[in-house]
Design a protein around this ligand. Sequence first.
Ligand SMILES: NC(=O)c1ccc[n+]([C@@H]2O[C@H](COP(=O)([O-])OP(=O)(O)OC[C@H]3O[C@@H](n4cnc5c(N)ncnc54)[C@H](O)[C@@H]3O)[C@@H](O)[C@H]2O)c1
Length: 318
Amino acid sequence: MKLTGRKILVTGCAGFIASHLAEELLARGNDVVGVDNLSAGKREFMSGMMGNDAFTFIEGDLLTMDLGRALEGVEVVCHLAANPDVRLGAKNTHIHFEQNIQVTYRLLEAGKDHGVKDIMFPSTSTVYGETEVIPTPENYGPLVPISVYGASKLACEALISSYCHTFDQNAVIYRFANVVGTRSTHNVLHDFIRKLREDHSSLEILGAEPGTIKSYVHVKDCVRGMVAGAEASDAQVEIYNIGSRDWMTVKDIADIVVEEMDLPNVEYHWTGGVKGGRGWVGDVKKMLLAVDKLEARGWSPELGSREAIRRAVQEILA
Ligand SMILES: NC(=O)c1ccc[n+]([C@@H]2O[C@H](COP(=O)([O-])OP(=O)(O)OC[C@H]3O[C@@H](n4cnc5c(N)ncnc54)[C@H](O)[C@@H]3O)[C@@H](O)[C@H]2O)c1
């Protein structure tokens, strides 16, 4: 899938990962149309692109808007808009159905009618559920998600694959580990930093000590991986894991945040968690993705989990 000199629609372009991807696509000489309803995304995240003649921003809701204008002349769709909050699924199942599955279906329908050739889609490690093989490779199965979010992304993967084979399109699907870095707005780092700004001496941590153990990847590595994977892809539907080669516990994360905030003597208070020590219902306890497939295509993450977390904490604090 070529990613230069093309007209590309980036959904969710005011969001964390998509704003970085859109910048990279512009830098590679593509025309980018961005759509976002600004429900979670921020205009300021697009400030580096707004003056660029090759960038057009459309404020709109993908669930209801007429997609024809956004798709005019578009060859590639990078569909990053979604509701990515895993916790939400235990309280409201409809949002993931609507914002993830239904929006993807609308976009696929409109895309096939407007001549879209290529699709890039960020899926998630949560599609694997709790795996018996770690690091987990892309061909692991059966896929048994334990969160509604994971299920919604798996449904999107299936829809995208079926459209490619039915309507002669191509797709690259990426299963991300936890992505961190500048412009993130909601994750464990924000939670810890907010709490520690309010109380310098104690930190409430969801779960049972030492918490879940997972892999983290910096957004710069993630976006580089997306581009490298797309450009190297030769299958009609290609799936790549994107993560770093190591993992770390929630306690390791807390230690780094405390260190970077220069707070001595912080006491950790573990809530004990739910369902055997998870932070929340649907929280996978162990996650480490095998990234050999994408590494064989010339990509490798510059930062490991700890370095990615440290860099992200510094970025948030700055
Ligand atoms: N951040 C991670 O760790 C992670 C991990 C795995 C997968 N992903 C996937 O990557 C993608 C981007 O995630 P993110 O962390 O950057 O999230 P984000 O919330 O920062 O970005 C999503 C963007 O989509 C927009 N949006 C949501 N619903 C919309 C709608 N109906 N119409 C128009 N715009 C809408 C939001 O305003 C936001 O700007 C998502 O698809 C997510 O599922 C993220």
